[in-house]
Write a protein that binds this ligand. Structure first.
Ligand SMILES: [Zn+2]
Length: 485
């Protein structure tokens, strides 16, 4: 072989090798394409099979129910009719509840949206009835909306009025469950209907506040209900009051109460569940399903849960908190987190039931006396540790019945007002013993609240006559005279 021939053969070998490598690569690419395609196809096939299987299962279930009906022969048609009737009755009873709570528009809308509406004479008759009832409503004057409030109710009077150092305070500013139930019944009998502060006003996008519109039958009277300090503070332990709010297995809001032997009872031991039960019996006590507003501080947690940051850091504890940790040495960060989850769960369930929340300041501070800086630090704490649990609120209910100024309108040069407004507060409540006190400013609404407690019932029964007869309500278990303030 000469050199050139050698070269040629080498070239040919190289060419062959390159061709083989090219074919090899092509085969690999081809295989990959085939595998991918197969996967996609199989995947789709499996999905389709699953869908088919689901459909078959569904069909089987309905066939089963149909065949059950079939065996009943002629009853099958009746059964279908019964089911349709049941659905119609369901919508009609929902509409009836809305109508009972004066939400005729909501009731009418619900009926008209039903697929049965066109064929249901009953539904059409109801709509006509609700239209008629709605036309008879009158606008309730906002400046005559009274606002009543309570503190935590006393369940066991023998423990609250046991002669200890706290007895006088409880006797003055608290109300017993027996009194509360009598007052509620009396107010209902007199035609009072519970409205929300948010029925009384609307906050516009530019921050201005406009009067709302409350439409009630003639003779009915609107009122706002609030409760302060629903924290179940440590200092109340053993004094005959509920220890927390919970959601029970039926989704109802209830209280826990600690018995003498340490066992826990569950029941309606405070305002929230008592009002829930009352509205179940008397839906027309609630306007559009609205209930009261709960004014919360933060320093001992909320609703009976130890949710404040201090229970995580164990810093800046007061004497009651020190004692709490002595009694609960295992209360760690995980326990704190759980408390917060549970508190949020209760707050969510309450909102679902028509309850609202307000700030009562984090530290129960007197906003009239506090410096602007103190108000700012305190407000920030409320927003950081309470708001995440109860959600947004634009209502502040001042502790100690304090206020940002006197009865004259807030002005923009009131620094505390300007600050709170900038932090999202539009509705401000103080304590005022007159029957009604409502003030609309350009960018706020203010309302005075009346304390329905031992002090007021004992010293000023005549101031409560529009609501109830204090002589009949006043609990005989109270030591008298109620101490003077
Ligand atoms: Zn308070």
């Amino acid at each position: 072989m000469n050199e050139s021939e050698k070269q040629k053969r080498a070239d040919a070998r190289k060419k062959r090798k390159r061709r083989q490598m090219f074919i090899g690569r092509m085969i690999i690419v081809l295989l990959l394409v085939i595998i991918l395609g197969l996967c996609a196809f199989l995947g789709k096939d499996m999905l389709e099979k699953k869908k088919l299987r689901d459909n078959r299962e569904q069909a089987a279930t309905s066939a089963e129910s149909e065949s059950t009906a079939d065996t009943a022969g002629t009853e099958s048609a009746a059964e279908t009719e019964t089911q349709a009737q049941k659905k119609e009755d369901d919508i009609m009873s929902q509409a009836e509840l809305k109508a009972a709570q004066y939400d005729y528009d909501g009731a009418i809308e619900l009926l008209k949206a039903s697929s049965d509406f066109a064929d249901s004479q009953d539904m059409q008759d109801k709509v006509a009835e609700y239209e008629q009832a709605k036309s008879e409503l009158v606008e309730y004057p906002l400046d005559q909306v009274t606002h009543v409030f309570y503190h935590t109710l006393i369940y066991d009077t023998s423990k609250a009025f046991d002669g200890d150092s706290k007895e006088a305070g409880y006797n003055q500013v608290m109300t017993t469950i027996d009194e509360f139930n009598k007052i509620t019944q009396s107010m209902y009998d007199k035609g009072y209907v519970m409205v929300s502060l948010h029925d009384m006003c609307t906050v516009n996008e530019d921050g201005t506040v406009s009067p709302g519109k409350i439409m009630l039958p003639p003779g009915k009277k609107a009122f706002v209900l609030s409760q302060d300090d629903v924290s179940y503070y440590h200092y109340m332990d053993g004094d005959g009051m509920a220890t927390k709010l919970i959601v029970d297995e039926n989704g109802d809001i209830k209280n826990e109460y600690k018995e003498d032997d340490g066992s826990i009872s569950v029941g309606d031991y405070d305002m929230v569940p008592l009002i829930d039960r009352f509205v179940e019996e008397h839906p027309d006590f609630s306007y559009h399903g609205h209930k009261g507003i709960i004014a919360l501080t933060g320093y001992n947690g909320i609703l009976g849960y130890r949710t404040d940051i201090a229970y995580k850091t164990r810093k800046d504890l007061d004497e009651y908190q020190e004692k709490f940790f002595e009694e609960n040495p295992d209360f760690d960060k995980a326990a704190w987190k759980k408390e917060r989850q549970q508190a949020k769960k209760v707050a969510d369930a309450m909102k679902e039931e028509g309850w609202e929340f307000a700030s009562h300041t984090w530290g129960h501070i007197n906003v009239g006396e506090a410096s602007l800086e103190r108000l700012q630090t305190d407000t920030q704490k409320w927003l950081d540790y309470v708001k995440p649990l109860v959600g947004d609120t634009n209502v502040i209910i001042f502790a100690f019945g304090s206020d940002l100024g006197d009865w004259q309108p807030y002005t923009s040069d009131n620094e505390k007002f300007a600050y709170l407004k900038s932090m999202g507060f539009d509705i401000y409540c103080n304590v005022d013993s007159t029957q009604y006190w409502v003030q609309f400013g350009e960018n706020y609404m203010r309302q005075g609240r009346r304390n329905l407690d031992g002090y007021r019932m004992y010293y000023n029964p005549e101031m409560l006559e529009d609501l109830f007869n204090a002589g009949e309500v006043f609990d005989k278990a109270r030591p008298t005279p109620v101490p003077e303030m």
